[in-house]
Design a protein around this ligand. Structure first.
Ligand code: HEM
Length: 421
């Protein structure tokens, strides 16, 4: 165990911070992760190159082993979320307005998650399952006769956005703008996604748009409840507590972002993998209903759509042989944990029959574990049922990747297939 001062601690020679590192492919990054898992599962790294990183943060601990990621995720009293969960130090108003419960600790997190969970039950998910299937059918209706499409823009991005908007009760006329705002919030590192504008400007604009829409919806549903999630959230009382309009609009923003991009990226990576591994596609198609449940877990492991989440250490703690000090940042690399050979046999194989599959795609467990994982799976099931039955010979072409260290994103990807008659 080392106990050196933060300021003199040397950085590990295998680095995970530079723009060059994040510009590599996932396979190339995995070479570094494999080296770190073997030699330095908890390594001290230089701060990421970013104008929003304050100079007094000297570095962070990179956590790459499956068991350590689980340990950090489940030790919510030691590794807290309240100072933000993404690499960059987002301005406090952006943090408050967009990350909601994701960037909260007890007691606020406990209180809000309890209220949200009460309105986010399996019954709610069931309520929207038929709608999700109808939407998936409708989306494929729109492209099936053409023989080609952009897998992301025309298919994978549309279903999650419609699902979240239907759940919350967003008017269909606002859905495109909501989708655009969500895309900027997760893809702000990528100049294409920002439309060439500077980050502060682009983020402020879409953040304000979602905040205003969220507050309006909260007010309207409090006064005139309907059968949707916003009405349930605005009117649910747990232990005498309710959410106010600011809390509701922040959660609305989180849901628009956390609930859309992740599912869309999983669908895009899975479509590409089903093209690259025809034997796996054939295996799944042979008994779709019997095999999709396990297959979806592998879709998520393979995609690892959320690449990193950060925590801040609040008390001395030993992890992976390193002494972590209060105030130090700890970053979990989910993709690295998902390729840990001590947990996954041949992680480099896209194996839809993998069982068990304790991947970290939805987080490593603990208080923040993904609240929408069932909603995500309901969508993946509906979408791939449509694809594999209606355009079963689809071929996904070369993906155009998103820049950045947060979302493992595909911006666009052509898909071709025999047109449906
Ligand atoms: C394949 C799709 C998805 C992936 C990979 C994913 C991944 C994640 C991850 C990694 C976390 C953080 C876990 C942690 O810190 O321990 C998270 C949290 C969350 N997710 Fe998801 N997510 C997905 C879909 C969704 C959907 C569809 C929704 C909602 C409709 C959703 C809502 C949330 C919420 C509300 C949180 C915050 C929970 C908390 O902080 O207590 N997610 N998700």
């Amino acid at each position: 165990m080392t106990g050196v001062e933060t300021s003199v601690r040397p950085f590990h020679p295998v680095e995970t911070s530079s723009k060059e590192f994040w510009a590599k492919t996932a396979r190339e990054r995995e070479e570094s992760f494999a080296a770190l898992r073997a030699a330095a599962p908890v390594s001290w790294q230089p701060q990421v190159e970013d104008p929003w990183m304050p100079e007094d943060i000297p570095g962070y601990w990179a956590v790459v082993r499956h068991s350590d990621i689980v340990e950090v995720s489940r030790s919510n009293d030691v590794f807290v979320s309240g100072q933000g969960v993404t690499f960059e130090n987002l301005p406090p108003d952006v943090l408050r307005g967009s990350q909601s419960i994701l960037a909260m600790d007890p007691p606020d997190h406990t209180k809000q998650r309890k209220i949200i969970s009460a309105a986010f039950t399996p019954k709610q998910v069931q309520r929207i399952a038929d709608q999700i299937e109808a939407n998936a059918g409708d989306i494929i209706d729109g492209v099936a006769g053409r023989g080609h499409a952009d897998l992301v823009a025309d298919i994978a991005a549309v279903l999650p956005m419609r699902t979240v908007c239907d759940m919350i009760g967003v008017d269909p006329a606002d859905q495109r703008d909501v989708a655009h705002a969500a895309e900027v919030i997760t893809g702000w590192n990528d100049p294409d996604v920002r439309g060439g504008r500077n980050r502060g400007e682009a983020l402020a604009e879409v953040g304000w748009y979602l905040t205003k829409l969220g507050r309006r919806l909260a007010k309207e549903r409090r006064a005139d409840p309907r059968d949707d999630l916003m009405s349930a959230l605005a009117n649910t009382e747990v232990d005498g507590e309710t959410l106010n309009d600011v809390e509701l609009s922040s959660f609305f923003t989180l849901l628009c972002v956390a609930g859309t991009d992740t599912t869309r990226q999983t669908a895009a990576h899975a479509a590409r993998a089903l093209t690259e591994y025809p034997d796996q596609r054939a295996w799944l198609a042979e008994d779709f209903d019997g095999r999709i449940k396990g297959a979806m877990e592998e879709f998520v492991r393979w995609a690892s759509p959320v690449m990193t989440f950060k925590r801040t250490c609040v008390q001395e703690y030993e992890l992976g042989g390193q002494l972590i000090r209060p105030g130090e940042k700890v970053v979990m690399f989910y993709a690295a944990g998902n390729w840990d050979t001590t947990v996954f046999d041949h992680p480099e194989r896209f194996d839809l029959s993998r069982d068990p599959n304790p991947h970290l795609g939805f987080g490593g467990g603990g208080a923040h574990f993904c609240l929408g994982n069932q909603v995500a799976k309901t969508q993946l099931r509906a979408l791939f049922k449509q694809l594999l039955t209606r355009v079963p010979d689809f071929t996904a072409g070369e993906p155009v990747m998103l820049e950045g260290n947060f979302i493992h994103g595909i911006k666009s990807m052509p898909i071709t297939f025999t047109p449906e008659r």
